[in-house]
Design a protein around this ligand. Structure first.
Ligand code: AMP
Length: 184
């Protein structure tokens, strides 16, 4: 499957703003609103993802709330496949299944509709997408949810991987991981 060349990777990296000490001191927040506000960067990213995943027999794209919705829903419509939201607790109106994961302090949770992957296939193929992987807790819980809901997560895709946090290591044990941009 296709990856991006170094020049395009640099162009995309430069389109993302880092906001220091947000949401708390010590965090360098990767602000993708500047990528979305740059029509060449957004189109380059989406065309690349379309190129990578077309012809891969993907049935659904699942996006993680909330920035995963932006890239996931755009890609789903470009590929002509279905989109499923994975949300924070209490947001989805119908019956849900949920998965807890650990944070530095405490726990968090993600939810999916119980019938999210109901279609004529026995085990539909799902691509998971989010804007960024940090510690990997959110994405790992999302992959587990997809599989619990009766589908198969065929890859977890991130626009940005904060490689120094090693968040992808654990997820690679349960599904392949692709990151468009890696920050060492
Ligand atoms: P994690 O579960 O630690 O991998 O965190 C991933 C989620 O938190 C993603 O949905 C990201 O959007 C968000 N996130 C974590 N760290 C950052 C960061 N430095 N910049 C932007 N978003 C972040």
């Amino acid at each position: 499957m296709k990856t991006l060349n170094a020049e395009d990777r640099n162009f995309l990296l430069n389109s993302i703003r880092t906001v220091e000490d947000f949401p708390k001191p010590g965090i360098g927040f990767k602000d993708i609103t500047t990528l979305l506000g740059n029509e060449k960067a957004y189109a380059l990213l989406m065309d690349h993802l379309k190129d990578r995943y077309k012809g891969q027999n993907i049935d659904y794209i699942a996006g993680i709330e909330s920035r995963g919705f932006i890239f996931g829903a755009s890609l789903a419509t470009m590929l002509g496949v279905k989109f499923v939201p994975i949300r924070k607790p209490g947001k989805l109106p119908y019956t849900t299944i949920s998965e807890k994961y650990s944070l530095e302090y405490g726990v968090d949770e993600v939810e999916i509709h119980i019938d999210a992957f109901k279609c004529d296939k026995e085990k539909p193929k799902v691509l998971l997408i989010d804007d960024l992987i940090a510690t990997g807790g959110t994405a790992k819980a999302a992959v587990t949810l997809i599989n619990k809901a009766g589908a198969e997560c065929v890859e977890a895709c991130f626009v940005i991987n904060l490689k120094f946090l090693n968040g992808d290591k654990d997820i690679k044990k349960i599904t392949p991981v692709y990151s468009v941009l890696e920050i060492e």
